[in-house]
Structures are given as structure tokens and as C-alpha cells.
Design a protein around this ligand. Structure first.
Ligand SMILES: *Cc1c(COP(=O)(O)O)cnc(C)c1O
Length: 344
């Protein structure tokens, strides 16, 4: 279940953290797997009118959902030959190399954003390329942006280093709106906000900085039926590979949610799910369609409700148990799951 009321709450929370900035929304990868069309139209109704996608095709869907008046940026740069496509859908490329900037101007120019690399070494012009950019190449420039490599670790020295470099770059772009912060950057404080925020994961209710609390509400809840409840005697094992051994007699619920649905196999080592509001540990390796949960002491509740909830509050811990991050679990949510949207 995707909780659109929680999405709106997270959007207004991010806006309130940065009163001097405009809060855009990053809706790449189908809005982190949650359906870019629905997410963009919900956020648009909540007052958001700037969106970032990764690809032009994603941009087309977001343009359709967010109305003609919204600004839609495409993060993955400018590919020669795509000028007509972008222009016809009103999509603004975020240009990330000197060569592609030249191609863009040669092929028609118009509105664009500039991505400057301040230390991540992913996309973007180098700082010196940005500082030396000829004035003619700035025609149509709507936004100067960079991206933080370590904003999920608040006291990482990369944050201040990138902030300083970004400030240096901006001296060459007076009057042009600036954007540095993803969700983690927004949480780093006012110095990082500039004119436009680019949160993604926080909108979807996941705290990027696991070391400290964040004010977001979970957006994704997976509701799975319990197919069977069984008693496992002391010394018996559970699941493939017999990796889990019951130290004493346990009650186990088998839930219909497995790695085909996106739950990593390794999540069992310390992952949890919810029986009502009780956190219950996974017990034994996750299989393709099924996961065992230790519900010892809560058998009556499990029989009465017949269901358990995955992700929600447990998304971060399950990701941690699986050696990954909440982002990856969201985008890997299985196609088989029926999507239900609440809180319209
Ligand atoms: C994905 C992305 C974001 C959003 O990051 P979150 O950590 O999800 O908030 C912002 N900017 C760029 C360039 C990105 O690639």
C-alpha cells in the first residue's frame, strides 16, 4: 500500500525545513518504484511544480501527470539528436559535460540546467570547466546544480568540501538559481539549501541518514497474508540451507512475501516485519515467494489478523540486514504485488 497522505506530509516537512528554498521532487526510476505518474500528480496537487527525472521517457510521463506549467528536468545529461524530443515535451536537460553543452547549443539550444561535479566524480563539468565557461554557452541557463556524495553521513568531511566548491562555482553564475541538496543535504541544514531542493528518498519516507532520526513517515507498506502457522520444536531448522536453528520451541508464521517481491534473501539475519504494531523477526532464509517469521508469544494475534506487514517502519532495518539501502528495496519492489494507493 502506498500512503499518499504520508507522501504529502513528507513533502510539506521538507518544504518547512527550508523556508528560503523551493522544494522540487526527484521522481526518477518510476518515483523510486512507486509510480511516477501518481506520485507526480499527488505532489503537484500539494504545490510542487519542479520535477527531476533520470531519462527523457520518464520526463514524458511526469509532464503528463504534473501539467504543462510544471518544470521537468532530465538528470541524465543531453544526448546529441534528442533536442526535438525534449523540446516537444518541454523537458529541460541537465547538461553534464562541455561537449554535450556544445552539441545542445548547436542543435537548437534553449532552456537547460548545468551539472557541475564538486567531488563525486559521477556526472558534471569540472569546477574549472564551469568557471571558464564562455558567456555564450550560458544562454538559456535556468539552474546550476551539483550533487553530494556523502550527505547521508552528516559529519563526513566531503559535505563541507563540496559545499565550498559549489560556492566557488556559483561566483561565475550570478543570478542563476542554484541547487545542491538531495534529502540528506536538506537535513544538513540551511547552508546547503540554496534555491531549489532536490529530495527523492525523504518524500518516500526513508531516512537516508541511519545514524540520526528524520521527520519522515513511511510511504510504502506491504501487507502479506499468513499462509500457515506452525510449531517448530527445539533443535529443528527453518528454511533453505537449514541456516536457522530454533534454540527452543518456536511459533512460526509463513507469510506470502519473498525475494520475487523484492525482499532480499539475506534480510532474515536481522530483519523484522510487523504483526499489528509488534515487530517480529524473520526466521530463516527468505525464499522466492515465502518468508518465515518468529511469532512466538503472539500466536493468537497472528491467527486473528491473518496478515503481517513488511517494510513501513522496518524498511531501513531490513535494508541494513541485507547489506543495502532503503532506496534499493523501493526500486526493486516486485511487479507481482498489487499496488494500492490510499490517502488520495
Ligand atoms: C537521485 C538524486 C537525487 C535525490 O536523492 P535522494 O537521496 O533520494 O534525496 C537528487 N539529485 C540527484 C542528482 C540525484 O541523482
Amino acid at each position: 500500500m502506498v500512503d499518499l497522505a504520508a507522501l504529502r506530509h513528507n513533502y510539506s516537512t521538507l518544504c518547512a525545513l527550508a523556508p528560503g528554498a523551493r522544494c522540487a521532487a526527484v521522481v526518477k526510476a518510476d518515483a523510486y518504484g512507486l509510480d511516477a505518474g501518481r506520485i507526480a500528480s499527488t505532489l503537484h496537487d500539494a504545490g510542487c511544480d519542479i520535477f527531476f527525472t533520470a531519462t527523457p521517457d520518464e520526463g514524458v510521463e511526469v509532464r503528463r501527470a504534473a501539467g504543462q506549467a510544471s518544470t521537468v528536468f532530465v538528470l541524465n545529461g543531453y544526448q546529441s539528436g534528442t533536442h526535438g524530443f525534449l523540446a516537444s515535451h518541454g523537458l529541460i536537460p541537465v547538461i553534464s559535460s562541455a561537449d554535450s553543452l556544445q552539441a545542445f547549443h548547436r542543435e537548437g539550444g534553449g532552456p537547460f540546467a548545468l551539472h557541475v561535479d564538486t567531488g563525486m566524480n559521477r556526472l558534471g563539468l569540472t569546477v574549472s570547466e564551469a568557471l571558464d565557461l564562455p558567456a555564450a554557452h550560458k544562454a538559456g541557463l535556468q539552474l546550476v546544480m551539483s550533487h553530494l556524495a556523502c550527505s547521508d553521513v552528516p559529519d563526513h568531511p566531503m559535505n563541507t568540501r563540496q559545499l565550498e566548491r559549489f560556492r566557488t562555482v556559483l561566483k561565475s553564475f550570478p543570478g542563476i538559481p542554484a541547487s545542491l541538496s538531495n534529502t540528506g543535504g536538506v537535513l544538513l541544514g540551511l547552508d546547503y539549501h540554496f534555491d531549489i531542493l532536490r529530495p527523492g528518498i525523504g518524500l518516500y519516507g526513508v531516512n537516508p541518514a541511519t545514524e540520526q532520526a528524520a521527520p519522515f513517515r513511511p510511504v510504502l507498506h506491504v501487507d502479506a497474508p499468513i499462509l500457515q502457522i506452525r510449531q517448530v520444536p527445539a533443535g529443528d531448522t527453518i528454511g533453505y540451507g537449514a541456516r536457522y536453528t530454533a534454540q527452543n520451541e518456536r511459533s512460526v508464521a509463513i507469510a506470502a512475501f519473498g525475494y520475487a517481491d523484492g525482499l532480499p534473501r539475506a534480510a532474515w539475519q536481522s530483519g523484522t516485519a510487523r504483526l499489528g504494531n509488534i515487530a517480529v523477526p524473520l526466521a530463516g532464509m527468505v525464499s522466492m515467494d515465502l518468508t518465515a517469521l518468529d511469532i512466538t508469544g503472539h500466536e493468537a494475534l497472528a491467527r486473528a489478523s491473518g496478515r503481517v506487514q513488511f517494510y513501513g517502519e522496518d524498511l531501513g532495518p531490513v535494508a541494513g540486514a541485507s547489506g543495502t539501502i532503503g532506496y534499493e528495496l523501493l526500486v526493486r519492489l516486485g511487479q507481482r504485488l498489487k499496488r494500492e494507493y490510499r490517502g488520495q
